[in-house]
Design a protein around this ligand. Structure first.
Ligand code: LLP
Length: 428
């Protein structure tokens, strides 16, 4: 459930007409709902009620500070994967002891940054990284709390580009080698080995792979404890999928996922962390765009939008499906027609949907991409010299621009032309 609904013939974001925001900020833009963000966070938080836990929002999904501050204010921690995300989380007011640091390639500088700024734990992904964290921590006279990310070799049954838990993926340490690696970690002076981390992939629409992975983590917890490690925290990653189409609305709910966690690892007496990103932000955001032209092609019609693959790359990159709906509610029973819905970028990959049945739409009309809150704005680029599109946050009947659209000059003036480029003279 989200808070983007038709009311009196017009799409609303909570209590604000989407068209009113479009008139104020121009198109295209991203639009998020505070109520939906909070609702999704609370579903997870409630699902783990009664267990010692922290929901660490995977901020890679949508990292605007207004979103982070909204979630942190409700009690969320953050899962970060870069020094930039760490700094952003801190800037949004998230305390270090609520930030976990994931990712396969943490640099020495990033480790230093997190240790000095405060960190809940590092999720370590390799032996060399483990040694680096120990070295940096020792140099600072500290011990770094770590978990080791294990790769359980489970098929997450999701898109190949977002599956991470198979042995062929670059992530984690093969679970078969875990005992050896934990023994090495325990011997390093700068580390406090506190737990186990696992994350098997994203947009999982079936709980089966989670169950397999978490069972393996439960077994490993017992084994490592028997080896003398004080395993007291389990980071179970993110990955729960969301409905992108109305036909797959019967997906597992956070409450089902919580019950599964309880069933598989609930008796171990460990504190539990989860790292959901998509389920919190995905359906809490839409991308609003305008129809520029309707173009008649040979055997197919094109709907050309002002939004493009640089603004929302998921369809081009993962063949992802997003519902595309008009902002003005179509009449009941309005006849639908198929369109290829495309952006203005100069490549055929700039196609959001092929032969999508759409109600009548005209040039100048606004349309909305649903489910665009996660991995939308954060993956956008300035390809074709198209400035990053703004982000707007709604709360009840208020809205605010939370990242303005840069001017063309701001974008262009980041480049510098060295004086030794021949034949150049500045425009006057
Ligand atoms: N934790 C770790 C270590 C992760 O790598 C990820 C996502 C998450 C948590 C959050 O997963 P979520 O709950 O959002 O599924 N750009 C792709 C998704 C990439 C996911 C990468 N890792 C997309 O647009 O579908």
């Amino acid at each position: 459930m989200d808070h983007f609904l038709y009311r009196d013939g017009a799409l609303y974001a909570e209590d604000v007409p989407v068209a009113e925001i479009a008139a104020a900020v121009g198109t295209p833009f991203y639009l998020y709902s505070t109520a939906t963000l909070l609702r999704h966070f609370t579903l997870f938080d409630d699902a783990l009620d009664g267990m010692e836990h922290l929901v660490c929002y995977a901020m890679k999904a949508a990292s605007n500070q207004a979103i982070l501050a909204t979630l942190a204010g409700a009690g969320a921690g953050m899962d970060v994967v870069s020094g930039g995300e760490y700094r952003r989380a801190k800037a949004a007011g998230v305390p270090g002891d609520r930030i976990v640091f994931s990712g396969v390639g943490k640099t020495k500088e990033e480790i230093h940054l997190a240790l000095t700024g405060g960190i809940r734990q590092f999720n370590v992904e390799s032996e060399p990284e483990m040694e680096m964290i120990s070295r940096v921590a020792s140099g600072l006279g500290m011990t770094a709390p770590i978990t080791v990310r294990v790769n359980p070799d489970v098929d997450a049954k999701t898109h190949a580009k977002i599956a991470t838990g198979k042995s062929e993926n670059k992530f984690g340490i093969p679970i078969a080698r875990a005992r050896e690696v934990y023994a090495q970690a325990a011997a390093l002076p700068g580390l406090d080995v506190i737990g186990i981390d696992v994350h098997i992939g994203s947009q999982l629409t079936d709980l089966g792979p989670f169950e397999l992975a978490y069972q393996k983590v439960a077994e490993l917890t017992e084994t490592l404890r028997a080896d003398g490690h004080d395993i007291r925290r389990l980071d179970l990653g993110g990955g729960l999928g969301i409905p992108y189409t109305r036909s797959n609305e019967a997906l597992p709910l956070p409450s089902d996922y919580g019950a599964l966690i309880r069933r598989t690892v609930g008796d171990l007496g460990c504190e539990v962390e989860i790292e959901p990103g998509r389920l919190i932000a995905g359906n809490a955001g839409i991308m609003v765009s305008k129809v520029i032209y309707l173009k008649e092609g040979e055997g197919r019609d094109f709907m050309i939008l002002d939004g493009a693959m640089n603004d929302l790359i998921r369809p081009a990159m993962y063949e992802a499906y997003h519902d595309i709906i008009p902002v003005r509610e179509p009449d009941a029973g309005a006849e639908q027609a198929p369109y290829d819905i495309v952006g203005p970028v100069c490549e055929s990959g700039d196609t959001f949907a092929k032969q999508r049945m759409m109600p009548p739409v005209a040039a100048g009309d606004l349309i909305a991409f649903r489910g665009a809150g996660a991995y939308g704005a954060v993956m956008s680029s300035e390809y074709n010299s198209r400035p990053l599109i703004p982000e707007v946050l709604v709360k009840g009947d208020q809205f605010a621009v939370i990242r303005p659209r840069p001017t063309f000059d701001e974008m262009i003036n980041r480049d510098t032309i060295p004086e030794w480029v021949e034949g150049y003279s500045a425009a006057t």
